[in-house]
Write a protein that binds this ligand. Sequence first.
Ligand SMILES: Cc1cc2nc3c(=O)[nH]c(=O)nc-3n(C[C@H](O)[C@H](O)[C@H](O)COP(=O)(O)O)c2cc1C
Length: 377
Amino acid sequence: MKTISVADYRLAARRRLPRVLFDYIDGGSYGERTLAANVEDFARLTLRQRVLRDVSHLNFGVELFGQSLAMPVILAPVGLSGLYARRGEVQAARAAAKAGIPFSLSTMGVATAAQVAREVQPPWYQLYMIKDRGFMSELMARVREAGCPALLFTVDLPVPGSRYRDARHGMTDPRWRARVSQACDGLAHPGWLWDVRVRGGAWTLGNLAGAGEGLTSLNQFWSWIGRQFDASLTWRDIDWVRERWPGPLILKGVLDVEDARAARSCGVDGIVVSNHGGRQLDSAPSSISVLPDIAQAVGSDLTVLMDGGVRSGLDVLKALSLGARACLIGRAWAFALAAGGEAGVTGLLELLRQELRMAMSLTGCTDAAQASRELLT
Ligand SMILES: Cc1cc2nc3c(=O)[nH]c(=O)nc-3n(C[C@H](O)[C@H](O)[C@H](O)COP(=O)(O)O)c2cc1C
C-alpha cells in the first residue's frame, strides 16, 4: 500500500507492530475523548482560501531558541521508540536532521542522549522528574554533556493516565499470563520480531540505566513509572531544574491560561500547549481549542509551541495561525517509524512539507513565521 497520508502510516504500523505496541501508540486515556477532540477540533477549523497573491516563493523556516528550523515542526518525545523499529530513536533523529528540524528524545527512550548525539546530532531532551534527585542531577549533567540544545520538561504526568487498551493487553499486568500473551503477539508479527527483538536484542531504557535497573519488559516499565515518578512537583521545582539547566527550558503540558502565566513568572523560555496527546486527563480540552487564549496571554513573552492532533501540514498552518510558533508531532512520526524506519519518517516529513506548501499557497501565506488569525475563516 502506498503511504500518502498520516492515516496510511497508521495502518501500515498496525500491520507491522504487535497489537500491544500499536495500541500503546494509538490509544489515549479512559474513553479517549480528549484524544478524539484533539483531532476533531483541528478538522472543525476552516482555512480562508485566498487567490492571486504571488505564492511562487514560500518561506517555511522559523527561528526557535536560536535554532533555525526548515519548517515549523518538531518530533515530539515518544517513549519506547526503540521498540517500534530497531534503534528507532537514532533512525528518527536522522530523518529529522535531514529535514532540518529538531528531534526530541524521551526520558523513556531506549537510546541515550549521548548515543543520538554521537550518531546524529544532539537531540532536544525531554525530562521526566523521578523521585531520586541525586540521579536526576547526574542525568541532567549527562544531557548537558551530550550537547542537547533545549530541555522539554514534561509537567503533565505526575501520575500515569489510565489507558484501557494497555490494561486490556496486560501491559500493566506483571503476571505470566500477560507475558505469554505478549510473546504470542510478537510471534504473530515476524517482520517486527526479526528487526527489533532478534536483531536488536535485549532492550532497556538507556537514559534511566542506574535508576531503572532491570526495566526490560513493558510490565516492569509501567509499574516502575507509577512508583518512581515524582507526584510532589510544584512550581518551585522549576528553580531546581533551572539551576541545573542553563539552556532553553520549555514546559511541556500546559493547558490553562493561569498555568501559562505561572510559567512566565518562573522564567522558562517556552511552553508546549499539550494534553500529552490525550493520554493523561481525559475530558481535558483539546490543545488547539485552548491555544489562542494561551498565546494571547503569554505569546509575546514566551515561545508558545503546541501538540496534540496534528495529522497534516494543514493542521500545522492552523496551529500557527492561532498563535503557535511551531507544532510537535507524536503519533504521526511513531507510526511512520514503525511502518518504514528512517525512510518512513523522512517520507512523513516530506508529506507534511508538501501539505504545508499547499496550505500556505492557497491561503496566500508566503511566510510561515508570519501566519496569523487572518488565515482562518
Ligand atoms: C506512544 C507515545 C509515547 C509518548 N511518550 C512521551 C514521553 O515519553 N514524554 C512526553 O513528554 N510525551 C510523550 N508522549 C506525548 C507526545 O510527546 C505528544 O505530546 C503527543 O503525542 C502529541 O499528540 P499527537 O500524538 O496527537 O501528535 C507520548 C505520546 C505517544 C503517542
